[in-house]
Design a protein around this ligand. Structure first.
Ligand SMILES: NC(=O)c1ccc[n+]([C@@H]2O[C@H](COP(=O)([O-])OP(=O)(O)OC[C@H]3O[C@@H](n4cnc5c(N)ncnc54)[C@H](OP(=O)(O)O)[C@@H]3O)[C@@H](O)[C@H]2O)c1
Length: 395
């Protein structure tokens, strides 16, 4: 008999959330949706409530939650509507929920993701920002509370699939030499450097292979996304920075690779569709149907690889730098990046100012030791303030 999994989906209205519900809907015998959450997307979450009839729907924004409450009543649904960060934490840690999809974008996801780990859930980690900001503190909470962490990022999921099943954190012990983290290179891989100054948010969000939320799309265009993933891989697989090599692979067919000491390289391949890693984690260790098109190797025909260009992608260099500094540096990098991306999306500054702002904020704030989640959040707050000041000076 199939054991039914009871799910909370944090960020259900986003790109990952919608793909998760797509997979869930294909397996009504395997999954029950207990809670859905979003920031303010009332209509979207209402539609999801109609379809999946969760016990809870949580919006961060109070006014939006009041509107949702009215609509839920009007639709005759039994769903209880809640709002605020405490409610996000509550639904991430409900006793009868065993699996939490952590798919809120940005640092806003950290508290509910911690709540899920602290209550021993199976955490499907899309919100890489939690791992970047709080690496060791988060992995300790996972271990202490016997939570299970399954990576959703296609790269980390591919690495997870290419490691032996008994891997428990020691790469050397299982004969791994390196992790090869693939990257598409985003939409500006071949654009003349002089043209980057004038690229628009629309161009930056037009990823060649993946359909994603706006923030991660811009992160892919600057390659900060890959930088955040290097930090994530460091904590997830206990890999030193030297053991993680970024490989540009424009077709996004190989989702990452693991190189072993005997010369073997194991890779996971597939069409670029997030339903594959999501289903892998939802069904783990079983494989379940996703609706993803089978990979047609004859159509793919060729796979290309190149080294990353650190001049074109200074954000990647900054991420390696933050990883080497440790302490609060990755949290500062992440916070400055969130402010920078948001400012670029609002046309308050050009694309090329994104790394400039992050580098200046990292220098201004410096590095501190961090021991608790509060330390992490304090570093995040300081970096955001410094980034806002930077923006004021620019105006
Ligand atoms: N998209 C991908 O293919 C992909 C791949 C790998 C990893 N990831 C990671 O997955 C996470 C989600 O990415 P995404 O592309 O799905 O993002 P997205 O499409 O922008 O969706 C973000 C979700 O988070 C909610 N949200 C936004 N701000 C919030 C806040 N302050 N408090 C609570 N909820 C908030 C949004 O609600 P509203 O709809 O109300 O705004 C939405 O449900 C990110 O960490 C990203 O790096 C994404």
């Amino acid at each position: 008999m199939i054991a039914v999994r009871h799910l909370t989906i944090l960020g259900s209205t986003g790109s990952i959330g919608v793909s998760t519900l797509d997979v869930v809907a294909r397996h009504p015998d395997r999954f029950r949706v207990v809670a859905l959450t979003a920031n303010k997307s009332v209509q979207k979450i209402l539609e999801q409530c109609r379809r999946f009839e969760p016990r809870y729907a949580v919006l961060l924004d109070e006014t939006s939650a009041e509107r949702l409450q009215v609509e839920v009543r009007r639709a005759g649904l039994a769903t209880e509507v809640l709002w605020g960060v405490d409610s996000l934490e509550k639904v991430a840690s409900l006793p009868d929920v065993d699996t939490v999809m952590a798919a809120i974008v940005g640092a806003a996801g950290i508290r509910p993701t911690f709540a899920a780990a602290a209550t021993g859930k199976r955490v499907l980690l899309a919100n890489k920002e939690t791992m970047v900001m709080a690496g060791r503190i988060f992995t300790d909470v996972v271990k202490e509370n016997h939570a299970t962490l399954l990576p959703i990022d296609s790269e980390h999921n591919a690495i997870f699939q290419s490691l032996p099943q008994h891997f428990s954190g020691d790469l050397r012990a299982v004969g791994v030499r390196r992790i090869l983290l693939t990257a598409s290179g985003g939409p500006f891989r071949q654009m003349p450097l002089s043209a980057l100054e004038n690229v628009t948010p629309g161009q930056a969000c037009a990823h060649p292979n993946w359909v994603m939320g706006q923030k991660i799309s811009v992160d892919s265009a600057t390659m900060m996304n890959k930088g955040l993933e290097v930090i994530e891989a460091h904590w997830l697989f206990e890999a030193s920075p030297e053991q993680i090599e970024v490989v540009i692979h424009p077709q996004s067919i190989i989702h990452s690779m693991v190189e072993y000491v005997d010369g073997s390289v194991l890779a996971q391949l597939g069409n670029p569709d997030m339903r594959t890693p999501i289903a892998h984690a939802l069904g783990f260790p079983e494989r379940i149907e996703t609706g993803v098109n089978p990979l047609d190797m004859f159509k793919v025909a060729r796979l290309d690889f190149e080294a990353p260009d650190f001049e074109r992608f200074p954000c990647l260099r900054l991420a390696y730098q933050a990883l080497a500094s440790g302490g609060s540096a990755p949290a500062v990098l992440n916070a400055a990046n969130e402010v920078a991306v948001d400012s670029f999306l609002k046309c308050l500054m050009p694309f090329t100012s994104i790394p400039a702002m992050i580098e200046d904020v990292m220098q201004t704030i410096g590095r501190r030791d961090i021991a608790t989640l509060d330390d992490v959040l304090a570093a995040d707050g300081m970096a955001r303030e410094a980034a806002q000041e930077w923006l004021t000076c620019l105006a």
